[in-house]
Design a protein around this ligand. Structure first.
Ligand SMILES: [Zn+2]
Length: 402
């Protein structure tokens, strides 16, 4: 190992000492020395690119701060969260800055030394310690939209923490072909396992800064992997948009094309989510509480979006749809027998049109044999809170909560 690589290893060990609950995540990263990366950056396979000249100018404690910072982006899933916002990629640097501010607030609170030029939350007017990256991003994107105008110097604002934080391949990224076995990095499933493990360690130790503790509780609260469910919808929508783009390419109007044809680049719209809660008599208090935790899990993933999740509670009579931003907004009604079919039909007709419909139930209801005519393209997910003994038709993705 070179002296440079030894210093990086020492810095990672120091980082793990400072925040032992992040050790699993720190050591899951693959360090990659690169002259092409200007400073340090991560990609979505948890490869940690480091520039030897830039890192050589930093002290080991500052480098340890750099490790903790980049791992913070990966744990908090900033890449997926920016993608879910459906914002133009030109605004990605602002989201990087917002993520930096959130991560560094935790690190500063914990007494961690940061590399020079690090973004501090106090530099962003209106930003508060309890805000998530999306809220700070909104503050930065509101006019005046430039980070300079928001009080950040250009050098800080253009800091790029890599393709693990905002979309787009970087010049230093190792492709699947260029990577050796040791440099292959993590896949998405392994990354999720590490997030859950780290969240468990944060909860068990109880000494992490407030932001990380909030993050860990979000991860541990819901048992269903809503991230995977929502990502499946987001990916499908992105593919649909790509299809529209190809279609535009294939039909240029002969009369109006003297030169280059530029297809309309449409941004994928963030997914619209509806949840239906069974509030019939067979749903006891424990089951309802379980449902609310799962709704909380959905809200955590979608509350950041412009279209909040809509929740309808029902037994045989369908209640009104109302937007929900937290569990406190959920009004449970009913208590009689169960027939969820009218609720599913109501949601299928609702506007904005549903991309994902989640039904939370003990399954003790009749089901329609086919998806509602009004919306056959949505993804329908049934979350069963009382075991899997009950039959759910094949047009639902079935998730059993023990
Ligand atoms: Zn960063």
């Amino acid at each position: 190992m070179t002296d440079e690589a030894l210093r990086m290893a020492a810095a990672r060990a120091r980082a793990a000492e400072l925040m032992p609950y992040l050790a699993t995540a720190l050591f899951a990263c693959t360090p990659v020395r690169s002259e092409r990366v200007p400073t340090i950056a991560v990609d979505e396979r948890w490869r940690f690119y480091w520039n030897p000249a830039w890192c050589g100018r930093l002290s080991v404690p500052e480098l340890a701060g750099g490790w903790l910072h980049e791992v913070g982006h990966l744990l908090r899933e900033h890449l997926d969260r920016f993608t879910e916002l459906g914002e133009p990629s030109a605004k990605a640097p602002l989201f990087n800055v917002a993520g930096d501010a959130v991560i560094n607030a935790d690190l500063v609170e914990h007494g961690v030394t940061l590399p020079p030029g690090a973004v501090h939350i106090g530099q962003i007017p209106g930003a508060e310690r309890t805000m998530g990256a999306e809220q700070i991003y909104r503050l930065l994107s509101e006019p005046p939209a430039t980070p300079q105008a928001a009080g950040l110097s250009p050098s800080e604002a253009t800091g790029d923490c890599g393709s693990g934080v905002t979309p787009g391949r970087r010049p230093w990224d190792l492709g699947p072909a260029g990577a050796t076995e040791a440099e292959r990095g993590l896949d998405a499933d392994r990354a999720d396992q590490i997030r859950r493990q780290v969240a468990g360690e944060i909860r068990a130790l109880g000494t992490a800064p407030a932001g990380l503790r909030r993050w860990a509780e979000e991860i541990l609260e819901s048992r269903v992997d809503w991230r995977a469910e929502l990502n499946a919808v987001v990916r499908r929508k992105a593919a649909e948009v790509a299809g529209v783009r190809d279609y535009t390419y294939s039909r240029p109007s002969r009369r109006t094309v003297p030169g280059v044809i530029l297809p309309a680049m449409r941004q994928p719209r963030p997914p619209v989510v509806y949840a239906i809660v069974d509030t019939s008599g067979s749903m006891d208090r424990q089951r309802l509480t379980r449902c609310l935790s799962e709704i909380d899990g959905i809200v955590q993933r979608t509350g950041r979006l412009r279209t909040p999740v809509q929740v309808v509670s029902c037994d045989t009579v369908t209640g009104d749809l109302h937007p929900v931003r937290s569990v406190d907004d959920v009004v449970l009604t009913g208590g009689g027998g169960t027939d969820l079919r009218p609720a599913v039909a109501t949601v299928a007709r609702a506007r904005p049109r549903a991309d994902l419909v989640v039904v939370l139930t003990d399954g003790d209801t009749p089901w329609a044999p086919v998806p509602p005519r009004e919306n056959r393209t949505a993804r329908y997910v049934a979350v069963l809170v009382a075991g899997d003994r009950l039959t759910v038709p094949g047009w639902f993705t079935k998730i059993v909560v023990p």
